[in-house]
Write a protein that binds this ligand. Structure first.
Ligand code: CA
Length: 254
């Protein structure tokens, strides 16, 4: 278990510049308070997730085991993010998601069974912001939560993502490597932004397709390979985006 691999950032350090905003702690619960609602009927997964998010990220986690309880909780108090299992006793996660979306924009991360593409497609179509496939590491879930909160709560400030020697400016859609500008196509830019949002996290080809091309793109996962190859060539940094055999790709942050 890797839950001790990252320690919490003490309060008071928030003014330090961070190299990568995707991991900055300004989007954790500490900054503004608020609870994370975890809806999961599996005891071992629930316990692991709750412990990790509380200890590593400073969340106050409200853990409930049914959708009915979750909906009632949401009516009673503000929640900043919902982590929602699909398979629940009583109404399932899809129905919970649908009912939440009928009246709330709260970010929702769904927990789906491994390789159940229809599940994740259905979840996203119902308005979930992201999904994590079981089995997952709490650390991966944590990174996804931070990424969607950052997207959901992004202000009007310039959005700059950095890693290695790469600087990506979202507003002007400019990318530099070691301060030298490079030319990327629109999809290459989006793909790079996606990697920079998930440093150190393995992204499957299917997930990259979802995030960059949209779920219905007919070209298939080969498209991802072609664009990653192009990106590596243009970045002049073949080690930056690593192939993880049988799993996908990940950005090596430094
Ligand atoms: Ca379950």
């Amino acid at each position: 278990m890797s839950s001790a691999s990252r320690s919490s950032v003490p309060s008071g350090s928030g003014s330090e510049p961070r190299r990568c905003r995707a991991y900055s702690d300004d989007v954790t619960a500490k900054a503004t308070g608020g609870a994370l609602l975890l809806v999961e009927d599996d005891d071992s997964i629930g316990r692991l997730v709750k412990q990790y998010l509380e200890q590593q990220d400073g969340w106050r986690v409200v853990w409930l085991r049914t959708g009915e309880e979750a909906l009632s909780e949401l009516r009673g108090q503000p929640v900043r993010v919902v982590v929602l299992d699909i398979g629940l006793p009583g109404i399932d996660g899809f129905e919970v998601c649908r009912r939440i979306r009928a009246g709330s924009k709260v970010p929702i991360v769904m927990l789906t069974a491994r390789d159940e593409e229809p599940d994740r497609v259905a979840g996203l179509e119902l308005g979930a912001d992201d999904y994590v496939s079981k089995p997952f590491s709490p650390r991966e879930l944590s990174a996804r939560i931070k990424a969607i909160l950052r997207r959901a709560e992004r202000g009007t400030e310039d959005e700059v993502l950095t890693a290695r020697e790469i600087v990506l400016r979202r507003d002007s859609r400019e990318v530099t490597v070691a301060e030298a500008p490079i030319e990327l196509t629109s999809k290459e830019f989006d793909l790079l932004a996606c990697f920079l949002e998930h440093p150190g996290i393995v992204l499957s080809r299917e997930r990259l397709l979802d995030l960059v091309w949209g779920m219905t793109y007919p070209g298939g996962t080969r498209t991802v390979d072609v664009h990653v190859a192009q990106l590596r060539r243009k970045l002049g940094d073949p080690e930056g985006i690593r192939t993880v055999r049988g799993a996908g790709y990940k950005l090596i942050p430094a």
